[in-house]
Design a protein around this ligand. Structure first.
Ligand SMILES: Cc1cc2nc3c(=O)[nH]c(=O)nc-3n(C[C@H](O)[C@H](O)[C@H](O)COP(=O)(O)O)c2cc1C
Length: 246
């Protein structure tokens, strides 16, 4: 009995030390995971990260926003078509969008402002991260402003072609026969510039995070393209509208 006690005490001591060390390690590990989670911004896609996004460090505790719970409820309504009708409509929509083309020659015919308003309103129906609607559409008709935009874009595009994007990009584009000269930016009667808002402003002037802002704006652009395409077809023999990706 006397002989066993010190051994038992030693074993118990080793066990206690081991248990404490493990507990310490897992607390440290958990702290590390929590820190990493706080630093990561899962709503920013790895592919889309650029230096315009809102950085975690820029948000401080004072930026915390209360939930907006008093938002108006807009009832959902939809029509369910019979199967045959669904097939017909989806086929027709595909055929319509399959006619869309990126063109680099543009008509100078005027477009009714109502059409421009409608296609932008349609784009604004897009889904967005946490319903933040992180987009701004700017319509430019003024000749001088259009020309200044052309100059800025051509200057940037020249850098793209000559150094920024690299030889492979220039080689891949050769089949499209494009270059940095974009005279259609002067010709088009209307330019629609689309901006992503990397953050919003709450009523109290504090910053609001715009989750997945680039993806949300990209979806809105796709819907804008579809709206322009359907408009072009509806306006048979009418003004020619197209979408230019700057
Ligand atoms: C993100 C994106 C960037 C593009 N950039 C340019 C561009 O800088 N210049 C250009 O002439 N076309 C540009 N395009 C148009 C593509 O070249 C075009 O979509 C592609 O060749 C397929 O042709 P389609 O649009 O007629 O189907 C771009 C398209 C996308 C989606």
């Amino acid at each position: 009995m006397f002989f066993l006690t010190p051994v038992l005490v030693a074993v118990i001591c080793i066990l206690v030390v081991w248990i404490f060390k493990n507990a310490d390690g897992s607390i440290e590990r958990r702290k590390g995971e929590t820190r990493a989670r706080a630093e990561s911004r899962p709503w920013v896609d790895e592919d889309l990260k650029d230096n315009t996004d809102l950085h975690q460090g820029e948000e401080d505790a004072d930026d915390w926003q209360e939930s907006e719970e008093d938002v108006e409820h807009i009832p959902f309504s939809h029509t369910r078509y019979p199967e045959k009708e669904m097939v017909k409509r989806s086929q027709e929509f595909y055929e319509l969008l399959n006619k869309r083309r990126s063109v680099r020659f543009i008509s100078d015919e005027q477009v009714p402002m109502e059409v421009i308003d409608n296609v932008i309103k349609t784009a604004g129906t897009a889904p967005s991260g946490a319903h933040t609607e992180p987009w701004t559409f700017v319509v430019v008709k003024d000749l001088d402003v259009k020309h200044k935009i052309r100059e800025i874009i051509e200057e940037e595009e020249e850098i793209n072609y000559l150094k920024r994007m690299g030889r492979q990009w220039v080689t891949d584009l050769r089949k499209l026969r494009t270059n940095w000269i974009k005279e259609y930016l002067d010709t088009a009667p209307v330019l629609i510039l689309i901006f992503k808002q990397v953050h919003g402003l709450a009523a109290n002037g504090k910053r609001k995070v715009h989750y997945y802002n680039e993806i949300s704006v990209s979806i809105a652009c796709g819907i804008l393209l579809a709206a322009l395409q359907i408009t072009k077809v509806c306006l048979e023999e009418g003004p020619f509208i197209s979408f230019i990706i700057l």
